[in-house]
Design a protein around this ligand. Structure first.
Ligand SMILES: *Cc1c(COP(=O)(O)O)cnc(C)c1O
Length: 387
């Protein structure tokens, strides 16, 4: 039985009648841009995250860009972000004209290392973008203290972590703004592109609403330059259906991850990240849930130790019909498009660099069945025994 990395149909097809009803409602309303469905989705999604205000956007990327625009970040400014994340985090910083300054990450959580960020601080640093990578919150206590001390804005990249918590508080409510994505592979996956920005500040929310609509206020008057970052009413109506199931989807991911952790940790050569066991004999390092973290497992990401070993395991799993993927094969400070950045913005990020050669993400989507998990575990056990 093949085990795909992700199966969107397994999640969406059972909702066909509810989704069709939502489509019909929008069709009959004739209202496709902003309006009631958009407002209802924003209210419902903001409440689920625990934010006072939620402003939908055309994608997670545009959510980040709109957040930076509202803060007035631009040429001459520097913004701290991790070197190990999806491109959009840094791409949006660069698109404002500001300089992304790449920080290294923790090998245990894959999230930004505040010590590395502190070492890169200059008089031009305006903001820090912690990414809650793979479904787990960054070290927000340390980040908030660092940001407060140096008067930095905090924009959370929550694209992979809707529903994740840090000390029981929702990701996206821990900084000045939280940027979410509804790309189909995210934990709340839509039917195309979509995004959202959360904030507890009513004035910021109003600026976000104007920015996503050409900076227009009132109609045909523009005190600031915005763009078209609006999310479709249809997309909002469809996501209102899926939002009602987000808790169940998260519970499914958590149960799958627990099963993997429980059974994989019993195999020889497998250790848990940071558990202090002899690193020299470890061949696979399992992801770890930090203290006080509510992990929502957008990805279940292993580290495969030893030169060429990650690719060998990837080939073995692929040959067994098991979907797996490398998130991410190149660290951002090594991307060609950032080569022109001045030397001060490009520091070595040794952990990020080694992670790009070690990481491998396994299927963990909520609809994964027990027999499918058995196959994944059996294939990994077989690979470990082979060598
Ligand atoms: C997916 C993702 C984004 C961008 O979201 P889109 O909706 O695809 O534009 C930004 N940051 C991270 C960390 C992501 O995983």
């Amino acid at each position: 039985m093949p085990v795909p990395l992700l199966d969107v149909n397994a999640q969406n097809h059972p909702l066909e009648s509810e989704l069709t009803a939502a489509f019909t409602r929008v069709l009959r309303s004739g209202r496709f841009i902003l309006g009631e469905e958009v407002e209802a989705f924003e209210a419902e999604c903001g409440a689920s995250i625990g934010a006072a205000h939620a402003v939908s956007m055309s994608s997670g990327t545009d959510a980040l860009l709109a957040a930076f625009m509202v803060l007035g970040i631009g040429p001459g400014d520097e913004v701290l972000c991790p070197a190990f994340t999806f491109f959009a985090t840094a791409g949006c910083i660069a698109r404002t004209g500001a300089t992304p300054v790449f920080c290294d990450v923790s090998p245990e959580s894959f999230n930004i290392d505040v010590g590395s960020a502190a070492a890169r601080l200059t008089a031009r640093t305006k903001a820090i973008v912690p990414v809650h990578l793979f479904g787990q919150a960054a070290e927000m206590d340390e980040i908030a203290a660092f940001a407060a001390q140096h008067n930095l804005q905090v924009i959370e990249d929550v694209a992979q972590s809707i529903g994740a918590t840090h000390r029981s508080r929702g990701c996206g409510t821990l900084g000045g703004m939280g940027c979410f994505s509804f790309f189909p592979s995210k934990n709340l996956g839509g039917f195309g592109d979509g995004g959202l920005v959360t904030t507890d500040d009513a004035d910021v929310a109003e600026m976000l609403r104007r920015t996503r609509n050409h900076g227009m206020h009132p109609r045909y008057f523009h005190a600031t330059v915005g763009a078209n970052f609006r999310m479709d009413a249809l997309q909002c109506a469809l996501l209102r259906v899926k939002l009602r199931h987000l808790g169940a989807y998260t519970a499914g991911r958590v149960a799958n991850a627990r099963d993997y952790l429980d059974r994989l940790s019993k195999l020889p050569g497998v250790v848990l990240a940071g558990d202090g066991k002899d690193g020299r004999t470890a061949r696979l390092v399992l992801p770890q849930v930090g203290a006080q973290m509510g992990h929502v497992w957008n990805q279940f990401t292993l580290r495969v130790i030893g030169s060429g070993q990650r690719d060998a395991l990837k080939n073995h799993l692929s040959a067994c019909g098991i979907g797996c993927e490398i998130y991410y094969p190149v660290a951002l400070h090594q991307q060609e498009c950032f080569r022109h950045l001045q030397a001060h913005a490009i520091h070595a990020c040794p952990v990020s660099e080694s992670l790009t050669g070690e990481v491998l993400s396994l299927p963990v989507y909520p609809e994964l069945t027990a027999p499918q998990r058995d196959e994944v575990i059996a294939a990994i056990a077989e690979w470990l025994a082979l060598r």
